[in-house]
Ligand binder design. Structure first.
Ligand code: PMP
Length: 356
């Protein structure tokens, strides 16, 4: 038997997540991974690497709970929100029996994690306005244990209507978890569902330090839920999910100054997004710019492969969304520094003139 044949069938068939880093590129303007454009400096305060870390570092848990407005027992910290996505499947879904459900176009890791573990995934495409198709979801719920919503949604940038989420929570009560992925919630903090946890035992919220906190390289994310859910996730999590330096930096990022700095960064990016939303629509190559509540903008272009390639060759790297359902001709643009936004617009202006 070849090594390939030894592998699980679902792993042989698996297409791994095409992360921006795996796709590569030789850019100097990276607008393809929804990262914060500039590094935030930190110093390590601990010299205890001879010891194993705490499984759930107390300071990080307490600070995140205070920041999110929940209790410490409602918080789990993990290796990015991506690990949270997978822990939920591992704790709640029986491979080969239970299913998860999500509504494309949306974040790619829900399907990749399900495929890796061997869990069926069902998709109910979002409506044309990218809201939930509730009647279609209701028809597909049989055997579903976890429904993943992304709000604001990656890559479309819109929030999911709260009334619809309430209806979904009513529909799934006692049957399935509803997971609200709030990776980008800092860009529209009023929209968080964290205040709903008390009312809904089956609601779960995912958060991360990768976006507004400018710490994508740290790999630190959070799951917010009531204690029975957290206790189950604690059974399947690795013994030491967070390296000591990660907990150290996360604790600093969640200090009062750390949170104030994050809010300042969010204000800067939101201003840059508003500027891009003015600059993009008049350009000849731009067909449509979708409103966004996040640190990225989705736009439809008249010849998106050409736009993507021309910018790529100039070192401006965007994220192609052509293969995402309903997003033909669309590219996703992460909001960079004002200079980076200006370089993007100048490049698109040149292309538009050339086409005219
Ligand atoms: N959810 C969404 C919607 C995301 O866009 C991302 C980042 N790619 C994640 C979760 C994962 O975040 P993390 O870096 O914390 O694993």
């Amino acid at each position: 038997m070849s090594i390939e044949d030894l592998a699980r069938a679902n792993v042989r068939a698996l297409t791994p997540y095409q992360s921006a880093r795996r796709l590569g590129g030789n850019g100097d303007v990276w607008l393809n991974a929804n990262e914060f454009p500039l590094p935030v400096p930190f110093e390590l305060s601990q010299q205890t690497l001879n010891r194993y870390p705490e499984c759930q570092p107390k300071q990080v848990i307490e600070r995140y709970a205070a920041y999110a407005g929940v209790t410490p027992e409602q918080v789990l910290v993990s290796r990015g929100a991506d690990e949270g996505i997978e822990l939920l499947m591992r704790a709640f879904c029986e491979p080969g029996k239970d299913a998860i459900l999500f509504c494309p176009p949306t974040y790619g890791m829900y399907s990749v994690s399900a495929e890796t573990i061997g869990i069926e995934y069902r998709t109910v495409p979002a409506l044309e306005n990218w809201q939930l198709n509730l009647p279609a979801i209701a028809e597909q719920l049989d055997g579903v244990k976890v429904v993943y919503l992304c709000s604001p949604n990656n890559p479309t940038g819109n929030l999911i209507n709260q009334d619809d989420i309430r209806q979904l929570l009513a529909m799934t009560a006692g049957k399935a978890l509803v997971v609200a992925d709030e990776a980008y919630i800092e860009f529209c903090p009023d929209a968080t569902l964290a205040g709903w946890l008390q009312a809904f035992p089956h609601l779960v919220i995912l958060r991360t330090l990768s976006k507004a906190f400018a710490l994508a390289g740290l790999r630190c994310g959070f799951t917010l839920a009531n204690k029975p859910v957290i206790d189950l996730l604690m059974k399947v999590i690795a013994p030491y999910p967070l390296a000591t330096p990660v907990a150290d930096v996360a604790g600093q990022a969640l200090s009062e100054q750390g949170i104030a700095l994050m809010r300042q960064h969010v204000a800067e990016l939101n201003a840059n997004r508003a500027w891009l939303c003015e600059q993009l629509p008049p350009l000849g190559v731009v067909q449509q710019v979708f409103p966004s509540e996040t640190n990225y903008i989705l736009a439809r272009f008249s010849d998106s492969p050409k736009v993507f390639k021309t910018l790529w060759d100039q070192g401006i790297i965007l994220r192609d969304q052509n293969k995402n359902p309903g997003l033909a001709g669309c590219l996703r643009i992460s909001i960079g520094t004002r200079k980076e936004c200006e370089r993007l617009i100048a490049a698109l202006q040149a292309l538009s003139l050339e086409q005219a």
